[in-house]
Design a protein around this ligand. Sequence first.
Ligand code: ZN
Length: 339
Amino acid sequence: GRKKGGGGAGLTERTVVQEDPGQVGTGGWDFYTISPDDATQHANGGRACLAKERWSMDVKGFVAAPYGPGVAAVVHSRRTFGSGAERYVYHFYEVSNDSPQTVMKFVGNQLTAKDPKHQENVNDPKFLRNFCRVQAKAQALAVNFNRRVQGKSAWQISFVECYIYTLTEWGVWEDGTGSVLVEPFLEGRFVKWNSNAGYVKPSQAPRQAGAGAARNDIGLFGIGEDEEEDDSDTDSLDSVAPFRMPEGNIEPDHAPQAFSHFTHSITDGKDLVCDLQGVWNETDGFMLTDPVIHHASGKGKNGRTDRGKEGIKKFFETHKCNPLCKRLGLNIFAESMRV
Ligand SMILES: [Zn+2]
């Protein structure tokens, strides 16, 4: 595993129990009724689910999100099934049960809850919300990317929807309530296409001599810059490129690297989305989670993994423009002017 910037140096890891591989909910579920009456909540360790929210790009804030049909509670597995640098992952479902029962009636898809790994972050209300906001922002850029690429579904980039559930329970959070970040469980082989510090997954596509990256970096200098300047603002992510380049030898693996490059170009050098990881299949393309956005201000506004200009520089040090970058009219010299 690669360590992310800021990770957990000097922090106290919470004690957790790991689930056996492949099991879901072994060790039981914690049950949080949505808006219970006092007696019900008291009988259940004070547990309740108070809210479900998502980040809205339109209002630039968290807004209420609907539960699935017939949902009366949410359940959170007591055991973890994995961990990242900053978070433990648990199973999570919306259920139609109105009280804790042996058989849980799951509604909708299997979900994953991501909770702070370190004690120091448990009571920080911004900690998980920040991940959610960053992921929503990355998704808005992905929508724009897909529209401009107008390519095969295998090249599509998307970041899974993520939600903040506000829960309450006795003895867990300092002020009685806390939150969990919840998103769809990703099925398939988990892959990391690039990191937040210049790592690039080696492409599995066979390389053709003479058709590689070196030539893509030149010859297109200047093309593509004009139409990008008009919508360099992150907030207007809905325009369509007026032309597109030939497909050349575009492989699905080119999409994540081209997407990272694209995010820097379309935001006029303000942002770079990287640490692209998740699953891929031919029909859905890339379904990604937990991105990092380096923000050029260097103020770390996107959390501990936001390395600012240094992170952006690291990306372009190892990035080789691929045929998809070329199709989008991206070139690396334009970016180096902005860093
Ligand atoms: Zn590129």
